[in-house]
Design a protein around this ligand. Structure first.
Ligand code: IPM
Ligand code: MG
Length: 396
């Protein structure tokens, strides 16, 4: 997409007035380019229906950037990202760059972005369309009513604590990681979670390991203090280990969940399994930076780069398309368009479209007998675009 790189070189003023929003895409590795291209099409369709335009620029990050430039993301590309209202990322990484001891690794791009924009609030919603209950490992009756919003703290804790490293001691090798949390870091993520809970079921579960960890005890105190400002929200504290069990047994017990970085990483993957395929789920990482119409954010599907199916028209684009809907809502100020995109996805699934990840190993013929249609990335996207453009497709 050389045109996008060319326009990136133009001064900002030359573009203003032409487009309503600027989104920088970071397709990344594996299926990343497949799913980002799909989401772009859907967001442009939403723009044409709801009357706004998006200027798309593209930068390299992850393994492809390591191959091309020797680093996971270049400073000059981060400067292009600085000018965006939002970032849309596909996936980074793959077996080619998998050596955890390498000094340059694809996921460094994620950390660079999270740090640069202080993207401390990672939102990972998990909803399950009834038509997809069969794809989930849980029994359908356990899935009824599941509507989770995982709020993961993303810029603190073990991922960034110092000291961190390995050393050789007289008795053998030893490694250390450090888990620090400042009350301000806890407070701001708690506020995000309480605000979300207030707009949803008014229930918030704060997850910690307060029976063991000092950071968890501080977490509990600060979340409780913030809770005093939200008397309308019912706050409960839960331990992370039993919450892991609850998520896999009665997930509808939970609504908004707020937790620290590492617990959130683990619990959000566990929660994602409920949806039957990681390919369905979106995420948003938000920080302190504001845009004209909302909060600057980084949007990406939950799934990884799946290099085995890259470029084969096999990837499920829905996680990225729904990430695009989150972007419309949080960063671009188009709630109606976000609802229309979400409704369009639901309509395509309801109409029987299934990408391979949702087919449970069934081939096209077997699916057809069940009244379903095996579709590729492009066909699924065509259907969703069609729904977005049709006035029946949802809001408005
Ligand atoms: C995620 C991923 C990352 C994380 C990895 C790739 C560093 O697992 O976004 O959940 O742990 O934050
Ligand atoms: Mg993870």
């Amino acid at each position: 997409m050389s045109s996008t790189t060319e326009s990136a070189a133009l001064p900002l003023q030359q573009r203003s007035g032409t487009f309503d929003h600027r989104v920088v895409t970071i397709p990344g590795d594996g299926v990343g380019p497949d799913v980002v291209a799909a989401a772009r099409r859907v967001l442009d369709a939403a723009g044409s229906r709801f009357g706004f335009t998006i200027e798309w620029l593209e930068i390299a990050a992850g393994g492809c950037a390591i191959d091309a430039h020797g680093v996971a993301i270049r400073e000059e590309d981060l400067q292009i990202a600085d000018t965006a209202d939002a970032l849309l990322l596909g996936a980074v990484g793959g077996p080619k760059w998998d050596n955890p001891n390498a000094s340059v690794r694809p996921e460094q791009a994620l950390f660079a972005l999270r740090t640069r924009y202080e993207l401390f609030a990672n939102l990972r919603p998990v909803t399950i369309l009834p038509e997809l209950y069969d794809a989930s490992p849980l029994k359908p009756e356990r899935l009824v009513g599941v509507d989770l919003m995982m709020v993961r703290e993303l810029t603190g804790g073990l991922y960034f604590g110092k000291p961190s490293g390995e050393e050789v001691t007289p008795t053998g090798r030893q490694a250390v990681d450090t888990l620090p949390y400042h009350e301000d870091e806890i407070r701001r993520i708690a506020v995000v979670a309480f605000e979300l809970a207030r707009k949803r079921s008014k229930r918030l579960a704060s997850i910690d390991k307060a029976n063991v960890l000092a950071t968890s005890r501080l977490w509990r105190k600060v979340v409780t203090e913030v809770g005093a400002e939200y008397p309308d929200v019912k706050l409960e504290h839960r331990l992370v280990d039993s919450t892991a069990m609850l998520l896999a047994t009665w997930p509808a017990t939970l609504d908004v969940i707020v937790t620290e970085n590492l617990f959130g990483d683990i619990l959000s993957d566990e929660a994602a399994v409920l949806a039957g395929s990681l390919g369905m789920l979106p995420s948003a990482s938000l920080g302190t930076k504001r845009t004209t119409h909302g909060t600057f954010g980084l949007y990406e599907p939950i799934h990884g780069s799946a290099p085995d199916i890259a470029g084969k028209n096999l990837a499920n684009p829905i996680g990225t398309i729904l990430s695009g809907a989150m972007m419309l809502r949080e960063s671009l100020g188009h709630v109606d368009a976000a609802l229309a995109v979400e409704a369009a996805v639901a309509a395509a699934v309801r109409a029987g479209a299934r990408t391979a990840d949702l087919a449970g190993g069934a081939d096209a013929a077997a699916l057809k007998l069940a009244g379903l249609t095996l579709v590729g990335t492009r066909e699924a996207t065509d259907l969703i675009v069609e729904q977005v453009l049709s006035a029946k497709g949802g809001a408005a």
